[in-house]
Structures are given as C-alpha cells and as structure tokens.
Design a protein around this ligand. Structure first.
Ligand SMILES: [Zn+2]
Length: 241
C-alpha cells in the first residue's frame, strides 16, 4: 500500500472499531453490569457503617457486663461486711441501704443489657443481610459478565482482526502523517480523512474553486481540506470510480 491508501485504510479501520465499540457499550449486559457495580458501591458504604455500629455495640455490651460484674462484687463485699458487723445495729442499717442502692443499680444495668443485646442482634442481622446481598451481587455480576462475553464473542473476534490490520496499515504511514491523523481524529470525532472526488471533498462536500483545486492537485497527495481542515487525499480525484 502506498501512504495515502494506507491512511484511508486506517480511517476505515478506526471507523469500524468505533462502531463496534459503540455496539459493545450498547449491549444490555453492559447496562446491567454498570447497575450491579453501582449497587455494590452503595452496599460497601452501608456495610462500613453497619460494621462500625456493630463494633460500638459490642464495646457497649462489654462495658455493661464489666460494670455488672463490678457491682455484683461490691454487693458481695457489702454483704460480708454486714455479716461481720451483725452486732452494730446502725452500721448494718447503712449497709442495707447501700445494698438496696446496689440492687437498683444492678436492675438498671440488666435492663440496659437487654437493650444492648437487642441492638447488637439487630446489627448482626443487618450485617448478615448485607453480606448475603453482596454475595448475590457477585454471583449476578459473574453471570452477566459471562453472558456479555458470550454475546460479544463475534464482535471481539472482529476487533482483534481490525487491531492487526491497523498495525499493518501503520507500517506504511510515516510518523508525521500518523501524528496528523491522530490529532485530526480527536478533533473531528474519528472522521479525520476525506478524499477528493472531482473537485468535491467526500466529507464536508464543499466544492473547490478551480484555482484552489489546481493548486491542491499540484501539492502533496496527503494535504488538508481548505474548508473543514480534515486531512485530504487528492490522489485519484480525477479517476472515474
Ligand atoms: Zn473538507
């Protein structure tokens, strides 16, 4: 291939690759995969919050149990003190009042303990549910990915052929022209190159004045369209295709 032919081939390959990429992106599995990924992200945020709350709840419960244990020990102490002072009537009365206060404190701690246990149980359940949902999402994602790969196998095979063709075309294109092509492709959304047919460029389709046409035909075969500034291949402009 000469350079202008290779350039036109490159353009053809890239337009087909763009079209195939569009098809891949539009496949229903892609939409589902994106939705699953969004759900997983959302779940990860929730999970972090649940685990944080669950750890706090465990600490609260441990604190409550430690306080309970301490209070029970105090009760035992006061009881044995009361036993020792059995003869000291007033002292015993004070100790009994103390015991009553401790018993109230224990009751309060036990009530709170039930609340804390309920809370922890609720959080553990929420954590389990979130874990289950995460597993279901992972399974669903794997299934969608597999379906996507099956459905896109033909397109992917074609993409691989085109990638090889692209490499081959680039062999015949100078670095300078390839650089101009990349720039024009970015600027014009892929439609980087047009040809001249007669005195009309094939993409912008603005007829060239005779003087401009003559000037272009005297210049290099790969030039720039004076109107739209795409790359313009003048070779073959006068052929009867
Ligand atoms: Zn043009």
């Amino acid at each position: 291939m000469n350079e202008s032919q290779a350039l036109l081939r490159l353009q053809e390959i890239d337009l087909e690759l763009m079209r195939l990429n569009g098809q891949l992106k539009a496949m229903p599995q892609q939409k589902k995969l994106a939705a699953i990924d969004a759900a997983k992200k959302n779940l990860a945020g929730k999970m972090k919050s649940i685990v944080g709350q669950r750890k706090d709840a465990e600490i609260d419960l441990e604190d409550n149990e430690a306080a309970h244990e301490k209070t029970v020990a105090r009760v035992n102490e006061v009881q044995s003190e009361a036993h020792d002072r059995a003869q000291d009537f007033r002292g015993v009365r004070d100790l009994e009042a103390h015991l009553t206060a401790l018993a109230k404190q224990l009751e309060k701690l036990e009530f709170h303990h039930r609340e804390l246990e309920g809370n922890l149980e609720r959080l553990l359940k929420a954590e389990q549910n979130a874990n289950d949902l995460g597993k279901r999402l992972d399974e669903e994602r794997a299934a969608q990915q597999e379906a996507y790969e099956r459905a896109s196998a033909d397109i992917m095979a074609r993409v691989r052929v085109l990638a090889a063709d692209r490499k081959a075309a680039l062999v015949d294109i100078s670095e300078e022209v390839a650089g101009r092509y990349d720039k024009a492709a970015r600027r014009f959304g892929g439609l980087a190159v047009e040809r001249l047919r007669g005195n009309m460029p094939t993409t912008c389709r603005v007829k060239l004045q005779q003087g401009l046409f003559d000037e272009l035909m005297r210049g290099p075969v790969i030039t720039e369209c004076p109107y739209c500034h795409r790359m313009l291949v003048t070779e073959g402009a006068l052929a009867n295709e």
